[in-house]
Design a protein around this ligand. Structure first.
Ligand code: AMP
Length: 198
């Protein structure tokens, strides 16, 4: 099963992706996590991405497309994967189509977590507080100012993907404002009725 989770920052994509990993035994491919790992490791990609990420802007399509193309060829992706935070632009969405077509596979579904923007800043602040309380490092971009920029980037560049996947007949929407368990149930329900795709 190859899935995309769509929705603005703070919509709960990461949380739901982790649950899908447990249930379906396929990996979560979070470009945000991969980029943060590159920054932490001080790689060339990490050096180029750091300032852009700290400002809440999007890293170049070429960088993220290359990271994902390499990742999906790893053995644990053979039975599928969950794309979390990727694609984020139309160029990336076209790149996914091409990457998968080259490998003779396709996407099963794009699931949008539909949320109310006004509630998102509160979620981000909570996520930062929880990380702090757990003694974890707080993401530099999880603060209200940078969050506003991340949200702007979402509307400028990513929201168009909703129409993109709708037009392909791949879009499913769930109420991302519901409780975490409820959102998981909604996702399970849309996955249960999907057409089997080989
Ligand atoms: P995330 O953890 O998904 O919120 O991503 C954190 C940051 O990493 C974003 O604000 C971007 O700067 C960068 N990033 C993650 N995924 C992408 C992507 N698909 N395209 C461009 N930039 C990305």
């Amino acid at each position: 099963m190859r899935l995309i989770l769509l929705g603005p920052p703070g919509a709960g994509k990461g949380t739901q992706a982790q649950r899908l990993v447990e249930r379906h035994g396929i990996p979560q491919l979070s470009t945000g996590d991969m980029l943060r790992a590159a920054v932490a490791a001080g790689t060339e990609v990490g050096k180029r991405a750091k300032a852009v990420m700290d400002a809440g802007e999007l890293v170049s399509d070429a960088i993220v497309n290359a990271i994902v193309a390499e990742r999906i060829d790893q053995a644990d992706c053979a039975n599928g994967f969950i794309l979390d935070g990727y694609p984020r632009t139309l160029v990336q969405a076209d790149a996914v189509q091409e990457m998968l077509a080259e490998r003779g596979i396709g996407l099963d579904m794009a699931i949008e977590l539909v949320v109310d923007d006004k509630a998102l800043v509160g979620r981000i602040v909570k996520r930062a507080d929880e990380a702090r309380a757990a003694g974890q490092t707080v993401r530099k971009d999880d603060n209200p100012d940078v969050f506003e920029e991340r949200l702007r980037e979402y509307y400028k560049k990513t929201a168009a993907l909703i129409g993109y996947y709708y037009a392909k007949g791949l879009l499913k929407q769930v109420d991302g404002m519901a409780g975490i368990d409820d959102v998981t149930k909604q996702i399970d329900a849309v996955l249960a009725v999907r057409e089997p795709i080989s």
